[in-house]
Design a protein around this ligand. Structure first.
Ligand SMILES: [Zn+2]
Length: 527
């Protein structure tokens, strides 16, 4: 277990290696005290009371097809959770004929009709959020088919039932504006649109068309291809994305936004627009300094782990009062901007969006890495001391639960980075384990390779190997083992699946600049 002692020593060394040549950002308390992790986690917790309910039988029915494409064509306003319209699902049947189409839709939403390959289906069977329709004509095995689901209703309200608000609307007093937005992670997209909530089945592409009253704008995924003027003072915003996307990353934000665009410059002359939908001019004035950091974050991440995955489309932010950030693909929803929150949500575009955890058990592949993106940004754009401090705080937050009011610290050695209960939203988005310990484990992997060329090459390999797909922790392990040239089974067993951390008593003596340590006697390492 000497490696663990070396790990802690290494943290000190690595912190001092960081370059201080760039313009230095001076972090504020919010950057270091875990506000980004809290802002990321609590948006989900606020939205997510419902547990994963789909029955195994329904899941098996949904597994009989592979989603290729979704088109949402909905009417939404900035002051109501009312939703009406259609979702087109294009999919390929599996190895057997498909005689039943299964999907998920919250019972609060009424199904008007379902057409499959242009033919109207009999009345659907509904049980809680599970919907299944018998097809008038079965789809042959391995065949593309097309379903259009017409529905309407008011998205459920968490304040009146044991369910969340995946589509929510609120007045923002500070800016005197009303907005409606979606937040579907981890399994709440079905509260506002019919879909298949299976992480491993990404749609290859999407269109999101939203009709709304002027002067609302609608932020969503991909590229805004056009805004179509309609009668009755309405417009239709037509967003198009041709990148694979997980169901929970499909998003909308509706409000009378002001658009503010800046650009990141990536290698090869690639210029990526960063489209910001802010509440109004006052909100822009309040947040412009922070929003303007986004290009530098993107340029730094692109240099470290590979080009921004959605450079052919855009990045952006839509403001909504969600109490933090949610990394919707190419259009993060954020209620405000600070250094670490903006960096965290942007790094999700690589870790979470381009490569998505294949199971909520592996959420640290999203959140641990996004949190580490905060550290990488401080390293590159602030000072080595700021990055060092961030990591110290992360370690402290792993080791202790700190009462936010009293400041009292309680030892908390338990809990694994692996999520043992994937139906518990609170456990999935545990800030201490999925975020902070996850980030610490990423940093330990960096130390294990002890070579930043290898470490960042491993991250780039992970990104390119699983681009547009999902991955498990074992996939990441294999990538790192290839760089390390040895098994990391013991490491992942201890730090991903295992709990706690070792505590050492070390005798040391310092003479001038030389510090001598006498390692303790330790039991042998596991293989
Ligand atoms: Zn996050």
């Amino acid at each position: 277990m000497t490696r663990f002692l070396l790990f802690w020593v290494c943290l000190l060394v690595m912190g001092h290696k960081a370059s201080a040549q760039r313009p230095a950002y001076r972090p504020v308390a919010a950057d270091l005290h875990g506000s980004a992790a809290r802002g990321c986690a609590e948006t989900r917790l606020r939205t997510s009371v419902r547990q994963e309910l789909t029955t195994p039988a329904h899941r098996r029915l949904m597994d009989r097809y592979d989603v290729k494409y979704y088109k949402l064509d909905l009417a939404l306003e900035n002051n109501t959770r009312a939703v009406a319209g259609s979702v087109r699902l294009r999919a390929r049947s599996g190895g057997q004929i498909l005689d039943v189409l299964a999907f998920e839709l919250h019972p609060a939403l009424l199904l008007d009709s379902v057409l499959v390959n242009g033919r109207r289906t009999p009345a659907p069977r509904r049980e809680a959020g599970d919907v299944s329709v018998t097809l008038p004509q079965a789809v042959a095995a391995n065949s593309l088919f097309d379903a259009v689901i017409y529905y309407h209703g008011t998205a459920p309200n968490g304040s009146s039932a044991a369910i969340g608000n995946a589509l929510d609307t609120r007045y923002v007093p500070r800016y005197d504006v009303n907005v409606t937005w979606s937040l579907s992670e981890p399994f709440h997209a079905y509260e506002w649109w019919p879909c298949k909530q299976v992480l491993t089945d990404k749609a290859d592409s999407t269109d999101v068309w939203i009709t709304t009253k002027n002067p609302n704008k609608v932020g969503s995924n991909g590229v805004l291809t056009r805004v179509v003027p309609l009668p009755d003072n309405r417009s239709r915003y037509e967003w198009k994305s041709r990148h694979p996307i997980a169901y929970y990353l499909v998003s909308v934000a509706v409000g009378p936004y002001l658009e503010y665009v800046n650009f990141a410059n990536l290698p090869g002359g690639v210029r990526v627009p960063i489209v910001n939908y802010v509440y109004n001019q006052t909100a822009l004035s309040d947040n412009k300094t922070e929003i303007d950091r986004t290009p530098a974050f993107m340029e730094n991440f692109s240099a470290l782990v590979g080009p921004y995955p959605f450079a052919s489309e855009k990045y952006g932010h839509s403001m909504a009062p969600i109490g933090g950030g949610m990394e919707h693909q190419t259009m993060t929803t954020q209620d405000g901007f600070n250094f670490t929150l903006t960096a965290h949500e942007l790094f999700h575009q690589w870790f979470g969006n381009n490569v998505t955890c294949a199971s909520w058990e592996d959420i640290w592949l999203n959140e641990g890495f996004a949190s580490y993106g905060e550290y990488l940004s401080l390293q590159a754009l602030a000072t080595p001391e700021a990055a060092r401090l961030w990591l110290d705080q992360a370690h402290e937050q792993v080791q202790f639960r700190i009462d936010r009011i009293t400041g009292n610290r309680t030892d908390t050695p338990g809990g694994s980075v692996r999520v043992p209960d994937t139906t518990s939203v609170g456990r999935i988005f545990d800030q201490r384990l999925s975020y902070k310990k996850g980030a610490a484990v990423v940093h330990m992997l960096r130390y294990l390779l002890h070579d930043d060329v290898k470490f960042f090459r491993a991250l780039r390999t992970f990104q390119t190997t699983y681009a547009g797909r999902t991955a498990r922790t074992t996939d990441l392990q294999r990538v790192f083992e290839a760089e390390a040239g040895r098994s990391l089974g013991g490491f992942f067993e201890q730090w991903y699946a295992g709990e706690g951390y070792p505590i050492f008593s070390v005798r040391w003596n310092q003479v001038g600049a030389i510090c001598c340590c006498k390692p303790p006697k330790l039991p042998p390492c596991p293989p």
